[in-house]
Design a protein around this ligand. Structure first.
Ligand code: MG
Length: 182
C-alpha cells in the first residue's frame, strides 16, 4: 500500500506540527434490498447504501478525514473499488488502517465531529448508539465524538446519504519524547 509521502520540499524542516486537522466527505445512494449500516451500526430501514463495500458513508468520511490529517493517500487509493478484495467489505477494516497510520505518524485523535445529511431514516433515535460505536472504534470518550443529522432541504438528494467529518489530531507524548520535539 502507498505510504505517506516523504518530505520533498528542501525549504521545510521535518518538524511535525503539534496538532493537525482532517476533513472527509462521502456520499452513497440508497438501494432497495440491502442492509443499512451507518457509523458501524446496523439500522432498520427498507433500503441500504449501495457501494463496493458495505456502503457505510460515515465510516468512509471519518477514514478520509483521518488520512487527510496526516496527508496519507485517501480511502479510494488505499482500497480501490476495482479490487474485488474489498467487495462487500466491512468498512471498519478501512477505519482501522487509517487509525494505524495516524498512530504510526505519531498522533492521537483529540475529537471527531460529523454531520450526516439524509432524508430517512431519522438518526436522532440512533444517535447515541452510533456515537458510542464510533467512540469504541476510535478509542475516544463519547463526549469527544459529535454527530449531527440534517435532512437535505433544497438539495434534491432524497435518495442519497452524505457525510461531512472533521477530526483533530494531537501529537502523542510518546512521539514527542522519541523525537525530542515540542
Ligand atoms: Mg464511500
Amino acid at each position: 500500500m502507498p505510504k505517506t509521502s516523504p518530505n520533498t520540499n528542501p525549504k521545510t524542516s521535518d518538524r511535525r506540527p503539534t496538532t493537525r486537522i482532517g476533513y472527509g466527505f462521502d456520499s452513497h445512494e440508497f438501494r432497495s434490498g440491502i442492509p443499512l449500516k451507518i457509523g458501524g451500526v446496523a439500522l432498520a430501514h427498507d433500503k441500504g447504501l449501495g457501494g463496493h463495500s458495505d456502503g457505510d458513508v460515515l465510516l468512509h468520511a471519518i477514514t478520509d478525514a483521518l488520512l487527510g490529517a496526516i496527508a496519507a493517500p485517501d480511502i479510494g487509493a488505499l482500497f480501490p473499488p476495482s479490487n474485488p478484495k474489498w467487495k462487500g467489505a466491512d468498512s471498519v477494516v478501512f477505519l482501522r488502517e487509517a487509525l494505524k497510520r495516524v498512530r504510526d505518524a505519531g498522533y492521537g485523535i483529540a475529537n471527531i465531529d460529523a454531520c450526516l445529511i439524509l432524508a430517512a431514516p431519522k438518526i436522532g433515535p440512533h444517535s447515541t448508539a452510533i456515537r458510542t460505536r464510533l467512540a469504541e472504534l476510535v478509542g475516544l470518550h463519547c463526549d469527544c465524538v459529535g454527530l449531527k443529522a440534517k435532512t437535505p432541504e433544497g438539495l434534491n438528494l432524497e435518495n442519497s446519504a452524505l457525510a461531512h467529518v472533521v477530526v483533530l489530531l494531537e501529537k502523542t507524548e510518546k512521539h514527542r519524547r522519541r523525537t525530542g520535539s515540542r
